[in-house]
Design a protein around this ligand. Sequence first.
Ligand code: SF4
Ligand code: SF4
Ligand code: FES
Length: 229
Amino acid sequence: MELKFKIFRFDPEHDSAPYYREYTVQADPTERILDCLNRIKWEQDGTLSYRHSCAHGVCGSDAMRINGVCGLACQKLVKDFAQGEVLVEPIPSFRVLKDLIVDMNPFFEKVESVRPYLIASDPPEKERIQSPQDRKKFDEAIRCILCACCTAACPIANENPRFIGPAPLVQAFRRVFDSRDEARRERLENLDYPDGVWACENRFECTRVCPKEIKVTKSINLLKRELKK
Ligand code: SF4
Ligand code: SF4
Ligand code: FES
């Protein structure tokens, strides 16, 4: 199958403005868009820059906007681009460092602000016991790989850079609903401000794009409900 790629290019050290470059790639229908990018880089244009690591939807490093939808290049199959044209751009509202590589630091600073780790007193003699029912409460959120697709797709996060954004809220959800965590109240108070959990307007774009199929909007609404209580 032949695919025509149009890829966003920008090297701030050499280019005065971003531009798009076109490439043609032969690929099997079962290959992924990441395989095509690798082929372009290895066989046609070694200057193309993008992040990737695991190539199996685990590390979260290859988020990009593909035909207008944020997702992981390693999870997008060639056969789903039967029209033969693929527009690849960096995730929106993130500063471009080079081509498809964006500055993730502001994103991770917001994740860090929710203290994404267990807060509990000294460990017991053995393990911390949790019932299967309690564990189930944050089963989905634990799948988050911090790829930032949700934040990039969120129209509110695009308009308002102060909005904490959906991914940090998923991280907060995971700890607020963890029966072993002892900072539930502080965690909720930490989200209780206009650019915190309340800035979300239920537009569901985060849920639509999440590659781990986390119900992001629902998680945010459960945090709001806990705060209202
Ligand atoms: S919630 Fe989903 S889209 Fe958002 S960072 Fe986590 S895995 Fe990525
Ligand atoms: S549901 Fe909330 S966080 Fe998700 S995209 Fe919509 S506004 Fe953004
Ligand atoms: S390369 Fe790791 S998630 Fe895609």
